[in-house]
Every structure is written in C-alpha cells, then in structure tokens.
Design a binder for this molecule. Structure first.
Ligand code: NAD
Length: 483
C-alpha cells in the first residue's frame, strides 16, 4: 500500500481528485508539517459517488452471502499483510504511538472486516406463527445506499467498524473519514481494488465535515447514516436527516466515570486506570476522565496514580519507547489547554501535567501535552461536565455508593463506566443503576465484537456491534402468509 502526496477520492472503483480540483493541507501532528493534501470534496463528488453506488447495488445486494464474505475476508487479509504500511500511515496522520497503531488500530480494522464478513453468514431473521391460521416471517433486505462518517481518534478502526457491516449486509456505501486523519482510508481504497471489490460498492469521499460530510447527510438517495463523532455534529446531522426520515445511528461524545471502591484489587485497578485515563492521549470516547475514589484509599491512589503518570514517556510516535504521542492537531491542543485553564479558574489543583512538552529537533513543532491530573473540583463544574477528549482527568473522593451514583449520573453523557470492586453484588447493583451503554467491571476496554455498543443520553442513539449493526443496515419486512 502506497502513501501519496495527493490523496484521492475513491468513486466507482477509480481514484480521482475532487471535482473542484482543490486540496486541504494534511498535517502530521508530531512535527506540525504539511505532508500531504486532501481532496476538498463537495456535493458534486457525493453525487457521483451516489450514482456509482446505485449502479453497483443490484449486483452487490444479490450476489450471495458467500461472494461478499470472500471479498471482504480478502480485504481483511490484505490489510493484515500490509500492517506496517497502515500502522505507519496511522501514526503519521494522528500522532499516536506506532506501537498502538500496530497492536490496536490496524489489527482491529482487519478484525472488524473479518468479523462482519463472517457474521453475515450466520445472520438470520425471525418467524412468527399464528396457530392454524398464518405464518409471518421477517425478510431482512439491505437498506440501499448508505452513508458512514467517522472521526479522527481511531481512524481506520472506526471507519471499518461502520463500513464492514454495511457492505456485508449488501448495501453500497458512501464513506467519509475525518479530514484530520484521511491517509489509512486512502490506503483502504487501494486495498479494495486489490481485493476485487466491485466498482461503486464502496465509495470514499474526502473533505471537510460541513461540506463533504453534510452533502452525504443531505443527499436524498442516501437512506441511512451511521455517524461517529462529536455530540454537536450528531445534533446537526439529526436535524438534517430526521425530516428526511433517514435511519440514523449516532455514536457521540462521552465523559465517563471511573468508580473505584476501596475493596478493589489495587494493582490491577491502578494499571488499568492509567490506561483508561491516558491511552491515545485520552482521545478515546471510552476513556474514563472523571475518577471517583472511595475515601479510605483516596490518598494512596492519588500518590500512586500521580507517580505512574509522571513516568509516562511522551514524544516521537515512531520511537518504541513512547507511551503518549502527539495530540491530533493544534486546534485540539488549544481546546484541551483551555480546559486546563478553566479547571484552575474553577478551583482545581493541577497535581501533575498541564503543560506543553517541548520536543526535540524532530518533534519541536508537534502538539505534545503532559498528562494531567486535577483534584479539588466539584463533580458539577464545567470541567467535570464537558468532554475534553485529551490527557486530562479529575480525581474526586466519595463516601457512599449513593453519592457516587449521583456523581456518575449527573451528566448529559452516558457512554461507558468502569467500576472497580471485589463485591459482585455491589457491582451488579451499580451496573443496573448507572446510566451508560457500556459498563466494565474490574476491567476497561475489553471488547467482544458481538456485544451491543453505544451510548445513552447525549452519547448517542442506536447501537453498533454484532447483530445490532447488521439489523441497522437491513430493513425488516414482515411477510404474512395465510393458510
Ligand atoms: P466531529 O464530529 O468533529 O467529526 C466527525 C466526522 O464528522 C468527521 O468525519 C467530520 O468531517 C464529520 N463532520 C463534521 N461536521 C459534519 C457535518 N455538519 N455533517 C456531516 N459530517 C460532519 O468529531 P471528531 O472531532 O472527529 O471526533 C471526536 C469526537 O468523536 C468526540 O466527541 C468523541 O467522543 C467522539 N467519538 C465517539 C465515539 C463513540 O463510539 N461514541 C467513538 C469515537 C469518537
């Protein structure tokens, strides 16, 4: 798979520039340099993509499960065989450590494709028998041409998480990766050619959200939108898509609590809490950024957590020693820094971090921030209520289960929660009462692709994962036969 200086759209099986002929700078966050250019696409490119998808749909939707399975597993294999190229591109684009791209992002991308290629072979629908009268069965058919829009934090990982179930269930797709991290989607287009994906089945449009992304949402022939990104963007997409009666799946922001009871396995908890706080610089929607610790172990936790955080190595994403690479962009770094300033105004004390890291010769213009721990804030202040999406966490002591439940639920978001306790009854009680779509007990980010995934409240609408995704990308039709 080859990186290029000028990224192209993938429409009707061909790699083409945007109709406008314009490009947007693509910056590598570890050195702040423009290293490639992204097509500045608009509604006219989306129109061409939709036409190509409509041409491809009759054959792709009826070619049989086995054919789709074979092509998609071939695609997964090609990504796996080109792990090094994909991982390098992911780190160059996003600033994340190459070790993470190699062990998490790219392996998960080919796992997503393989998972849904296989899942569709086992997907079935229901029948409902009315005794001595009639039989109903549910015909599940692909929706048609669908749109998939993904964010920058886990670029190929989340792009494939949407595209794979859409394609496996027989839809043709217009997909848009984030303009902040477009390169692996471009490599994926090359891999699709090699895998023999028929032209027009998958079309990849690059460009800005409010222009290229919105043109996908607005297009009347695109019948469903699967979106992952910010809550504000999700609101805008819903505003446009709802009156057009499109199917919508929205995976949005989070501000997840990490609830630590005094009876937990301290060593396991502290190890995972470091991960859940700062993996990918806290730029994972599932990171736990509000840490609540039961008072008897609060001081011990604080001391150990601060110490371990100070050991994290920040810098060149291509060094095998790096724990945290660069934040994704200058504007994101500024946003995160503005929240650190806000925390100070709100009375928070910075226990560690909160400052920019000066890089070496290679990384001196990169966007590096020391992982930051803040204490002394009310659970209800803005720092604790708004999504920061960076390497910034707050720690707060609590005394009772009721109190911490109130803290955990006192927020508009409801994506995930981690609970640390050896008391299984309490764990179940908490799981029942916490308002979130994903609850982890004594672990974090353990993912089984068969499980329903998504958020409640302002964290989203609908569920992805396993059969939920295949159901989203198919339209159920009841057939009633009287006898
Ligand atoms: P974003 O909302 O800015 O952008 C996401 C995608 O939407 C990009 O491809 C962008 O170009 C596109 N977009 C922007 N405006 C659009 C518009 N008006 N119409 C159509 N498309 C548009 O989000 P981001 O900054 O890329 O990602 C970070 C956010 O994503 C965080 O809030 C994070 O919590 C969230 N996220 C959620 C999940 C989840 O599963 N719930 C997973 C990862 C990230």
């Amino acid at each position: 798979m080859k990186q290029v200086k000028y990224i192209k759209n993938y429409i009707g099986g061909a790699l083409v520039p945007a109709d406008s002929g314009e490009y947007i700078d693509n910056i590598s966050p570890f050195n702040g340099e423009v290293y490639s250019y992204i097509p500045d696409s608009d509604a006219s490119d989306v129109q061409k993509a939709v036409e190509a998808a409509e041409r491809a749909f009759p054959e792709w939707s009826s070619c049989g499960l086995e054919k789709r399975y074979r092509i998609l597993t071939r695609l997964a294999d090609i990504i796996e065989q080109n792990l090094e190229d994909f991982a390098y591109a992911e780190s160059l684009d996003s600033g994340k450590p190459i070790s993470m791209s190699k062990s998490v992002d790219i392996p998960r991308a080919h796992a997503n494709i393989r998972f849904f290629a296989t899942a569709i072979m086992h997907f079935s629908s229901e029948s409902h028998h009315m005794e001595k009268s009639a039989i109903n069965f549910t015909l599940r058919q692909p929706v048609g041409v669908v749109g998939c829009i993904s964010p920058w934090n886990l670029p190929l990982y989340l792009f494939t998480w949407k595209i794979a179930p859409a394609l496996a269930s027989g839809n043709c797709v217009i997909a848009k990766p984030s303009e902040v991290t477009p390169m692996t989607a471009f490599l994926l287009a090359q891999a699709c050619e090699e895998a023999g994906l028929p032209p027009g089945v998958l079309n990849i449009i690059h460009g800005l959200g409010p222009k290229a992304g919105q043109a996908i949402v607005e297009h009347p022939k695109i019948k469903a939108i699967s979106f992952t990104g910010g809550t504000g963007t999700g609101r805008e997409i819903a505003r446009i898509a709802a009156p057009m009666f499109k199917k919508l799946s929205l995976e949005l922001g989070g501000k997840n609590p990490n609830i630590i009871f005094a009876d937990c396995d301290f060593d396991k908890m502290i190890f995972d809490t470091l991960r859940s706080s700062f993996s990918n610089n806290g730029q994972i929607c599932l990171c736990g950024s509000r840490i609540f610790v039961e008072r008897p172990i609060y001081e011990k936790f604080k001391e150990e957590f601060v110490k371990r955080t100070q050991f994290l190595k920040i810098g060149d994403p291509f060094s095998p020693l790096t724990d945290l690479g660069a934040l994704v962009s200058q504007s994101h770094l500024e946003k995160v820094m503005s929240y650190i300033e806000l925390a100070k105004v709100e009375g928070g004390e910075i226990l560690t971090g909160g400052t920019i890291v000066e890089g070496d010769e290679k990384t001196k213009n990169g966007y590096f921030l020391r992982p930051t721990i803040i204490e002394g804030l009310s659970p209800y202040c803005r720092t604790n209520q708004e999504e920061i999406f960076g390497p910034v966490v707050t720690i707060t002591p609590f005394d009772t289960e009721e109190e911490v439940l109130e803290y955990a639920n006192s927020i508009d978001y409801g994506l995930s929660t981690t609970v640390w306790t050896k008391d299984i009854t309490r764990a179940n009680r908490m799981a029942e009462q916490i308002q979130a779509g994903v609850i982890w007990v004594n672990c974090w980010l353990v993912r089984d692709l068969r499980t329903p995934f998504g958020g409640t409240k302002h964290s989203g609408v609908g569920r992805e994962g396993g059969l939920e995704a295949l159901r989203f990308f198919t339209e159920p039709k009841n057939v009633c036969i009287k006898y």
